[in-house]
Each structure stands twice: as structure tokens, then as C-alpha cells.
Design a protein around this ligand. Structure first.
Ligand SMILES: C[S@@+](CC[C@H](N)C(=O)[O-])C[C@H]1O[C@@H](n2cnc3c(N)ncnc32)[C@H](O)[C@@H]1O
Length: 204
């Protein structure tokens, strides 16, 4: 039987090897190279997240902005894209202008692991990173996002400590959905930062 890990191994190798070798024109190198999500997978991700016009869709590592722009065009949502590579942000802004959706999107250069880069306003978070980057991001997602926020990842899960609520196939890619639970529920979950659990007030 071919395991999921074996199936995504070639994709991980592509995303990782080039990221290690290619320096982008800014101080900190990207943790993963730019590889755009195809239209069929974007469609599947937006549907899996059940995006509506009331959503604020964040793409963490947004590339040329295509997921956020599709969320605005197809569902009337608002969107925010964050990418560490300034060239991607220039492209994303240009694509938003061409699509006529500038007033509903914001693209900003930043490191998604920097706590000073806010993500708490998201109601939907899209990811296409790497397994280890998903795992590194998990504490931010679980502690900063509001209850009910949906997180969708292209190709990669969050490891055994945070199983997905739903897994679907979109074209050739597996896509994963998690819904952020209330903070009290989150405290029960294995894998949440011990330090965070320790600071949680005791229930009355
Ligand atoms: C595989 S691409 C995905 C692009 C887009 N989300 C999509 O699905 O089409 C990953 C993106 O993450 C960006 N990236 C890598 N490390 C990052 C970091 N630490 N903070 C923000 N963006 C990062 C890269 O520049 C690249 O554009």
C-alpha cells in the first residue's frame, strides 16, 4: 500500500530543495519555494472551506495572490495575502488590479512565523507550504484564530497531533480542512503549547 507520506514525498522534495538553494531578494529566505496552486485545486479548497461573502480569506504564503483573488471573484469574500518575497507581493497587487478586486484585497510582505504579522482577523486560512511548516504554524493557528475559523491546506496535513476534520481530493491533490474550536476545547487538544495551557485560567 502507498502511504500518504510516500505519495507527497516528491512534492516535498521539489518545494524544499529549491527553497534551500534559491535566495530571494530580501533578508530572510522563503521557507518554501513558489509553486502555484492550480485552478481545480483552488476551487476545491474554497468549496471545502465553504467560503461566503462574509469571509475574510487569508493565504499564508500567498504567491501571486490567486487564491485570495478567486475567493473575492467567486464568492464576494474579502482577502488578505502575506508573502515573504516582495516580488510575489508586486505580482499579487498587479493581478488584483487586472481582476478589478483591489478594493477587497490586501497583500503584504511579511514572515508568516513573525507574531507581529497579524492573522487573527481571518475567518478562513489557506495554506500550501510543507508538512514541517504546517507543524510550525500550528500553535499560531490554534491560539490566535477565532473559534469557527476554517483552515484548509493543499497537499499537507498537520501531523498526528492535529488530525483534519475532513479530507478531500481536488484534482490530483489531497486537501485538508480543520475548524478552530473554542479556546476551552482547544485546551483539551493534545499538542497545544504546554506554556499556553499553563496560562489558561481555571474554569469556575
Ligand atoms: C508553494 S507557494 C504557494 C503559493 C500560493 N499560496 C498558492 O497556493 O498558489 C509558497 C509561498 O510561500 C512563500 N513563503 C515561504 N516562506 C514564507 C514565510 N516564512 N512567510 C511568508 N511567505 C513565505 C513563498 O514565497 C511562496 O510564494
Amino acid at each position: 500500500m502507498v502511504t500518504v507520506r510516500a505519495r507527497v514525498a516528491p512534492l516535498v522534495a521539489i518545494l524544499l530543495s529549491a527553497a534551500l538553494s534559491a535566495a530571494a531578494p530580501q533578508d530572510r529566505k522563503p521557507d518554501v519555494i513558489y509553486l502555484p496552486t492550480d485552478d481545480e485545486t483552488i476551487d476545491g479548497m474554497l468549496k471545502l472551506a465553504r467560503v461566503t461573502k462574509n469571509d475574510v480569506v487569508y493565504d499564508l504564503g500567498c504567491g501571486d495572490g490567486r487564491i485570495v483573488i478567486a475567493a473575492v471573484k467567486q464568492f464576494g469574500a474579502r482577502g488578505v495575502g502575506i508573502d515573504i518575497d516582495p516580488a510575489r507581493i508586486t505580482e499579487a497587487n498587479e493581478n488584483a488590479r487586472k481582476a478589478g478586486v483591489q478594493s477587497r484585497v490586501r497583500f503584504m510582505q511579511g514572515d508568516i512565523f513573525d507574531p507581529a504579522v497579524p492573522i487573527k482577523d481571518a475567518t478562513v486560512v489557506m495554506l500550501f507550504l510543507l508538512p514541517e511548516l504546517n507543524a510550525r504554524l500550528r500553535p499560531r493557528l490554534q491560539t490566535e484564530l477565532r473559534s469557527g475559523t476554517r483552515v484548509v491546506s493543499n497537499s499537507f496535513d498537520m501531523g498526528p497531533e492535529w488530525p483534519a476534520d475532513e479530507v478531500r481530493q481536488a484534482g490530483t491533490h489531497a486537501i485538508y480542512l480543520w475548524t478552530i474550536k473554542t479556546r476551552t476545547d482547544a485546551m483539551q487538544r493534545p499538542g497545544l503549547l504546554a506554556a499556553d495551557r499553563a496560562t489558561e485560567p481555571a474554569p469556575h
